[in-house]
Ligand binder design. Structure first.
Ligand SMILES: Nc1nc2[nH]cc(C(=O)O)c2c(=O)[nH]1
Ligand code: SF4
Ligand SMILES: [Mg+2]
Length: 191
């Protein structure tokens, strides 16, 4: 696999915020969002053993596959390798590709083609939609069934954007099926 970076931190967003997690950021994405906060272009080829060598140093059994768009590379063969070694595996996906079945926790952060996501990924653990001041919050029913639906105000890089946050607060207050999610890792300056 081509890997951009591997780091150990706390999940900074969504329904599992604060949980220790090993982030494996895979190279490549099939979208080019204006607000993208990740430089995922570079990467090194790593075998599954190479990756295991790095992550086994961390006292944690949860992996978060992210990117870029991790579904462009991630297959059940990869997931089975880590599952056999006692890891649980989550994914942060943009919802444009199917998710391999061995994933234990799916966060879908939709950016485009909202109505197609349901066909590709019928059930997710969380939807976490990035929103900018003035963006129309889509009807929640367009998305796959989820345990939780989050609105995530887009930050200015690593800094909170007060206008975006206030706008998202109003959206959530107006439709209580949504919950606000902040990028806590940026607020507390961790990776
Ligand atoms: N702490 C922390 N939590 C995160 N949750 C999703 C992230 C991502 O970049 O996909 C991320 C990240 O980069 N850092
Ligand atoms: S889908 Fe995610 S990683 Fe890809 S360009 Fe958009 S924000 Fe960046
Ligand atoms: Mg990030």
């Amino acid at each position: 696999m081509t890997v951009n970076e591997i780091f150990y931190s706390l999940q900074g967003e969504g329904g599992r915020v604060g949980e220790p997690s090993i982030f494996i950021r895979l190279t490549k994405c099939n979208l080019a969002c204006s607000f993208c906060d990740t430089d995922f272009a570079d990467g090194d080829d790593m075998s599954l053993d190479d990756i295991l060598n790095v992550i086994s140093k961390f006292p944690c059994k949860w992996i978060i596959w992210t990117g870029g768009e991790p579904t462009l590379q991630l297959k059940n063969d990869h997931l089975a390798f880590f599952k056999e070694r006692g890891y649980k595996q989550a994914i942060e996906t943009n919802g444009t590709k199917p998710v391999p079945s061995l994933i234990d926790y799916i966060t879908c952060s939709p950016k485009v083609n909202y109505s197609r996501i349901k066909e590709l990924i019928p059930r997710v653990n969380e939807i976490r939609i990035p929103l900018l001041n003035g963006d129309v919050l889509p009807d929640i029913d367009i998305f796959p069934v989820a345990d939780k639906y989050f609105v995530s105000p887009v930050f200015d890089g690593d800094k909170p954007n007060t206008e975006n946050i206030n706008y998202c607060v109003e959206q959530v207050k107006a439709d209580t099926r949504w919950t606000l999610s902040l990028q806590v890792h940026k607020l507390i300056h961790i990776e």
